[in-house]
Design a protein around this ligand. Structure first.
Ligand SMILES: Cc1cc2nc3c(=O)[nH]c(=O)nc-3n(C[C@H](O)[C@H](O)[C@H](O)COP(=O)(O)OP(=O)(O)OC[C@H]3O[C@@H](n4cnc5c(N)ncnc54)[C@H](O)[C@@H]3O)c2cc1C
Length: 356
């Protein structure tokens, strides 16, 4: 097996830009199942993979300020519990205040908390998987761009790279936000679009607890967590438009700080150096679910794409499902047909509304 990476190092795509959040608090059964498997895997990653993932079970706390969001959280919690995520808890505004006393809760009606949600170090997860694979004989070619895919009689025969041709009958497309271009090289269509996401770290800040969950203010989508001595601030600007935009937009700082100070007034005092902020690409699909499985018209081409912002947390499940599909044609973990690219043409789209 051979992994091809065009950069001099792995992780320069979305993985190295990720916030590292992992959560089982999703809406659809397939996302909940993938998270459940993955979080359990992260809890023993170091032992199983032989390298650290830095999984921290600090939890995710969703806070609702209106009846619609409250009902949504309750329905999600019931579904999560039914699928075996039994430790999701209903949480009152008083309990929320105890967890994060600096949070303004005067308009908060309640929320949900799952203590096994939390964070991993995305770079460590990627390195851990890759080092383990290399120990098992997988080869990695860095500085190698895939420039074409040869198909004969609707079957993959080779990959053309900046280092020459590689004969193969199987190609797994794991090209993140660039996946549609790779699919196109084989004459396949893949509805994956890049969408910029921006993160802003604060300077060291000790006015929030050393340890607290990822907090999501559902009224605006603003969320934050501790990152070392500072706080990592995130908010998905609804005005963002698709495209390969990887420059950080400095006007974003004021927008995010407005949401931050509104929910956590002490954050108005946090220092921010825009040069330490960064932007990366989500790889969006029309229904915000991953596309995993074979391409319908090109034998030997498999997609592991379109994570829509959840690719780090779902990496253990995705790898397991993709490997089973390539080797056995089916996955015991989920009904993989749900994630097939054919769902778009067949009108079987899923809808995940818990996208952060
Ligand atoms: C700001 C931000 C925050 C995020 N937060 C979270 C989070 O909290 N939790 C979470 O789970 N996910 C999060 N994500 C999403 C997550 O980072 C992605 O879903 C995940 O990293 C996708 O991994 P990947 O390996 O599929 O893609 P990538 O990490 O992008 O890797 C794709 C690789 O393909 C290579 N490549 C592309 N084209 C070619 C070519 N022609 N030839 C050779 N190589 C090629 C690229 O160089 C790249 O290294 C976040 C993303 C961003 C941008």
């Amino acid at each position: 097996m051979l992994v091809l990476e065009r950069e001099a190092h792995q992780g320069k795509g979305s993985t190295g830009k990720s916030m590292g959040g992992v959560r089982a608090q999703f809406t659809t059964p397939v996302n909940i199942q993938m998270s459940k498997y993955s979080i359990d895997f992260f809890s023993k990653f170091d032992e199983v993979v032989g390298h650290p993932a830095d999984y921290r079970a600090h939890g995710y706390l969703f806070c609702a300020t209106n009846e619609k969001h409250l009902a949504y959280l309750r329905a999600n919690m019931e579904r999560q519990k039914a699928l075996g995520v039994t430790n999701v808890e209903w949480i009152s505004p008083d309990d929320i205040s105890k967890m994060v006393p600096q949070l303004r809760v005067d308009d908060v009606l309640g929320g949900t908390f799952c203590p096994t949600d939390g964070f991993v170090d995305p770079h460590s997860v990627m390195m851990g998987f890759m080092l383990n694979a290399r120990e098992k004989g997988v080869r990695l070619w860095l500085d190698t761009t895939v420039t074409g895919i040869e198909v004969e009689n609707d079957r993959i025969t080779a990959v053309e790279t900046s280092r020459g041709m590689v004969a193969t009958n199987v190609v797994v497309n794991a090209a993140g936000a660039w996946a549609a271009q790779i699919a196109e090289m084989a004459g396949a269509e893949l509805p994956v679009e890049p969408l910029r996401r921006q993160l802003v770290p604060t300077e060291p800040f000790d006015q929030l607890p050393q340890r607290f969950p990822m907090v999501i203010d559902m009224s605006t989508g603003f969320h934050f967590r501790r990152e070392g001595k500072g706080i990592l601030l995130a908010w998905n600007d609804p005005k963002e438009t698709p495209g390969f935009k990887t420059e950080f937009d400095e006007t974003f700082v004021e927008k995010i700080l407005t949401h931050a100070a509104s929910r956590v007034p002490v954050l108005a005092e946090a220092g921010v150096n825009p040069r330490r902020a960064w932007a990366g690409l989500y790889e969006m699909t029309p229904d915000h679910h991953a596309i995993i499985g074979p391409a319908p018209n090109v034998e030997g081409l498999y997609f592991v794409n379109g994570f829509s912002g959840h690719g780090v947390m779902h990496s253990p499940a995705s790898g397991k499902i993709a490997a089973a599909l390539v080797l056995e044609g089916q996955s015991a973990l989920i009904d993989a047909n749900q994630l097939s690219v054919t769902r778009f043409a067949e009108g079987r789209t899923l809808e995940e509304t818990a996208v952060l």
